[in-house]
Design a protein around this ligand. Structure first.
Ligand code: F6R
Length: 249
């Protein structure tokens, strides 16, 4: 694992966008799992600028959704799939219809989860996974406790996640209580993992994830000790302490 601390969120976003663009240039048919949420918004904006500047092409890029709420109708404005389409796919010219997504109002989400993992395996797993870090250490919606080999599955959201997601939709009563997520197994199987963390409110969970005990209580801790993981955190998230030598890369 390598930690890069940037002074600002803008710097984080530019750096991460450059990495994603390079990954697409290196492998035009990249299999990508992109997080939604606040953390990567600047990155996706910067990536769209690079795309507009003709830095890379996306005609062959393959997208697997990271997670989705359950129990929402297909036209609901809170769908994470819709967020992903608006914030990431459409600005970089990827047809949302071509992505492997989750169906929020599916009659059998457990079967969908199995089909998702099978489809991901069929393409050889993810080349790049872009993650944010939840206030409870979740990655995707792998809520604690989560085992490192957890498959894609249906998960109840923890109160902490409901509170953090309330910020997206104007109140906790607007946040669905059930979700479907790529499993830690799907995520950790990615050939490259990029974790984006911004803001002082993430400092404690960032340090716990990167330097605390590894285990199911902090799902993000399973990223430790893997040489395919790059964490880009801004100064507000990491703080002033020096980067531990083990994370200097
Ligand atoms: C979103 C997701 C979540 C978020 C995490 C951080 O698709 O899977 O794990 O990445 O909750 O959210 P933000 O970035 O909004 O702080």
């Amino acid at each position: 694992m390598k930690l890069i601390v940037t002074e600002t969120y803008e710097e984080l976003s530019e750096l991460a966008a450059g990495m994603i663009a390079q990954a697409i240039k290196d492998k035009p048919d990249l299999v990508l799992i992109p997080a939604t949420g606040e953390s990567p918004v600047g990155t996706y904006r910067a990536l769209a600028n690079l795309f507009q500047a003709g830095e890379f092409e996306t005609g062959q890029v393959r997208i697997f959704q990271l997670d989705e709420y359950l129990g929402l109708e297909p036209d609901d404005h809170r769908l994470l799939g819709g967020w992903m389409d608006r914030m990431m796919l459409e600005p970089i010219g990827i047809d949302p219809a071509k992505t492997v997504g989750f169906t929020s109002n599916s009659p059998d989400p457990a079967a969908d989860a199995n089909a998702y993992s099978a489809a991901l395996q069929a393409v050889g797993g993810a080349d790049l996974v872009i993650l944010g870090l939840g206030p409870n250490g979740h990655i995707g919606f792998n809520e604690p406790p989560a085992q490192a080999d957890a498959p894609a599955r249906v998960v109840p959201l923890t109160p902490e996640s409901v509170i953090s997601n309330a910020g997206y939709w104007g109140g906790a009563d607007q946040v669905p209580r059930l979700a479907i997520t790529a499993g830690l197994r799907d995520i950790l199987g990615g050939r490259q993992i990029l974790l984006l963390v911004s803001g002082a409110h993430k400092r404690d969970i960032l340090h716990r994830s990167l330097t605390g005990p590894v285990g199911p209580e902090t799902p993000g801790s399973f990223l430790q000790g893997r040489d395919n993981v790059i964490v880009v955190a801004d100064r507000a998230a990491w703080g002033d302490e020096p980067t531990p030598p083990a994370l200097a890369g």
